[in-house]
Design a protein around this ligand. Structure first.
Ligand SMILES: Nc1ncnc2c1ncn2[C@@H]1O[C@H](COP(=O)(O)OP(=O)(O)OP(=O)(O)O)[C@@H](O)[C@H]1O
Ligand code: NI
Length: 338
């Protein structure tokens, strides 16, 4: 059975009106994050990932126009549309409560002059959570007796991350949002942070991880959504995505990794003030045709007939792509994969 949805984004669109131009930062985004899963949202710098996060939190500046919907759901009937909700509701019951925020830099996020315990206790008190700081710390992998009475400068990077994560769940959130939680961190700390996010998902949280570190995403994500030039162009189960992405842009991103072909995609993404009418990836795509002058919808591509003897693509491996010429599905050998 599929787990209940915790975040359901549908048609989410963000425009910034400037005096002489309009920035199309997020266009018609559609995806969901379910209870107990981590969805990684990836894409090149400037494609709209953080604007999407800020739209979900109601933290966009006054020149932003937001349309569409983004339902944050408890999983048992309670729900709030983050786009329609008034600021008062977002401030009182969403940010830091129903949405727990994993900060970009835990070391600077923590108050330097107070112990981890006093910060956790204050958060629990403010959020009306009867849990104890010891419980929260233990769940986050800290030793309450040894770690909680330390000041932030006495904590290692990994420990500070765990305290920040304990703070992120202090309000018992429906969704955890982490926008580039590993930028500027060294590899061991990246690994520790990813392990922490995985643990939060395994604990039953829904985790939305925004990152351009594909290697980190591969370690933690159950599904991967790819953004390009303001649109979500691919949503796929992680294993199928990393084994054989269907969208040419996603394939290009993976080929650019040092651990793969280390070949960057030629060209640059378009300016968000001057998006083309059709597929925005067209000028960089070696599969483009006249059909690509029309914007492709995000959908499961019609499958080519499976070669004789080959198993059809399993439902668990199905990828949605916005592309008129998707790459062929890879036959994942389920027996080998397990
Ligand atoms: N207040 C604003 N007014 C106008 N344009 C904005 C505003 N905020 C963001 N943008 C533009 O929106 C686009 C998307 O930015 P965003 O920060 O979401 O990118 P990103 O995908 O998070 O990139 P990165 O990986 O570098 O963090 C950029 O072109 C940015 O310049
Ligand atoms: Ni960003």
């Amino acid at each position: 059975m599929t787990a209940p949805s915790r975040l359901r984004v549908d048609g989410l669109t963000v425009r910034f009106r400037l005096s002489d131009a309009t920035v199309q930062a997020v266009t018609d985004a559609r995806f969901e994050v379910r209870q107990g899963e981590c969805l990684a949202l990836v894409g090149e710098s400037g494609c709209g990932k953080s604007v999407m996060a800020h739209a979900l939190l109601g933290l966009l500046p006054g020149n932003a126009e937001v349309t569409g919907s983004a339902w944050l759901e408890s999983g048992d009937g309670d729900a709030v549309d983050l786009v329609a909700a008034p600021e008062e509701v977002l401030a009182r019951s969403v940010r830091g409560r129903r949405i727990g925020l994993v900060p970009q830099s835990p070391a600077t996020h923590l108050t330097p002059v107070r112990t981890a315990r006093s910060q956790l206790e204050e958060a629990l008190r403010e959020l009306g959570n009867p849990a104890s700081a010891d419980d929260l710390a233990a769940r986050a992998g800290l030793s309450p007796a040894a770690d909680l009475d330390r000041y932030p400068h006495e904590l290692s990077g990994g420990m500070a991350q765990r305290v920040a994560n304990a703070l992120a769940v202090a309000g018992d959130p429906w969704l955890i949002l982490a926008d580039e939680p590993t930028s500027g961190l060294d590899r061991p700390l990246v690994d520790a942070t990813m392990a922490e996010l995985r643990r939060l998902a395994d604990d039953g949280r829904a985790v939305l991880l925004i990152t351009h570190d594909l290697r980190a995403a591969e370690r933690v994500a159950d599904r991967v959504a790819v953004m390009y030039a303001s649109r979500v162009v691919s949503v796929a189960p992680a294993a199928a995505f990393f084994a054989g992405p269907r969208h040419p842009y996603a394939a290009g991103l993976l080929d650019a990794l040092p651990s793969r072909r280390f070949t960057p995609i030629p060209g640059r993404p378009p300016e968000l003030t001057r998006l083309p009418g059709g597929c925005a990836f067209l000028p960089r795509c070696d599969r483009a045709s006249a059909a690509c002058e029309r914007v492709p919808e995000l959908a499961e591509p019609p499958e080519p007939a499976a070669p004789q003897g080959a198993a059809p693509v399993s439902p668990a491996d199905r990828q949605e792509v916005a592309c008129h010429h998707p790459l062929k599905p890879l036959e994942l050998d389920r027996n080998v994969a397990r």
